[in-house]
Write a protein that binds this ligand. Structure first.
Ligand code: CA
Length: 262
């Protein structure tokens, strides 16, 4: 059985062949597919034949493909369903691909967007205007090129600043503003959350009251020191984090500041 890392550089055909040699239901194969191959794609393309062949090819790569054939339908699907990437033809009846993308960006959706353009008509617009596209492909393109762009965009997105910070059994989700320790959720005020986030980002370095005042309270030069306010917040945070836990994570380093240790 090939080792998992040996799959990394295979083309999709080779991957499929290699995968065929694995026992059915192999957890390694499933794990791998979920990680590398299974991408939820919205394909907005009005040329039926092209849409069908792209869908078939992408599904062979184990992706999930939803096809829309008009701009309106594509815009509706992108707004109501969750995708890992949008692949949008530029020339569409109704709303065109650039319009769809810029409207979705205006609504705050940062899903990666790949535009399919024809060389003559719109390449300049895609280039020059702020369409909100992450990348584009000029028709006609090789299928392998589309595969590569999709992989790059989806990977790039998932490797953007991770939203979950971990330290020991403590987890902080920067995106959802949620904190758990040992799987149990901890209710924090916004300020306590910011203090904890800052401590976690320092990764075991001692943090002084002055640093907390500057970076969390954003008050560097204050006449009355924030020390008391900070101490109160630290005390509350410590209670919420450490009460009932054998290992105390939030520690005071006398005369210096505070540190979070796993
Ligand atoms: Ca078209």
């Amino acid at each position: 059985m090939p080792h998992r890392s040996e799959f990394e550089n295979l083309s999709s055909d080779e991957f499929t062949r290699a995968a065929d040699t694995l026992p059915i239901g192999s957890t390694r194969l499933r794990g791998h597919s979920a990680e590398i191959n299974s991408v939820r794609i919205l394909l907005v393309e009005d040329e039926t034949k092209l849409a069908e062949s792209l869908k078939t090819g992408l599904e062979d790569d184990l992706h999930t493909v939803t096809v829309a054939s008009t701009g309106e339908e594509g815009f509706f699907l992108a707004q109501t369903q969750s995708f890992d990437i949008w692949v949008l033809d530029v020339m569409l009846p109704g709303r065109d691909g650039i319009e769809i993308l810029s409207n979705l960006r205006r609504l705050g959706d940062r899903t990666p967007g790949l535009l399919l353009t024809s060389r003559d008509s719109v390449e300049d617009r895609v280039h020059g205007l702020d369409s909100g596209a992450d990348d584009y492909l000029v028709k006609p393109f090789a299928f392998s090129e589309l595969q590569a762009r999709i992989r790059a965009l989806v990977r790039g997105r998932s490797s953007e600043a991770p939203s979950i910070l971990k330290l020991g059994d403590l987890e902080l989700d920067q995106f959802r503003h949620a904190v758990t320790r040992d799987g149990k959720s901890i209710d924090l005020t916004p300020r306590e959350f910011e203090v904890l986030e800052y401590l976690m980002l320092q990764q075991g370095q001692v943090v002084s009251r002055e640093m907390l005042g500057r970076e969390v309270w954003k008050e560097g030069a204050r006449h009355t020191p924030l020390d008391n306010v900070i101490d109160v917040h630290i005390a509350r945070l410590r209670r919420k984090l450490d009460d009932g836990c054998e290992r105390k994570m939030l520690q005071t380093v006398r005369g210096v500041g505070f540190v979070l240790r796993p």
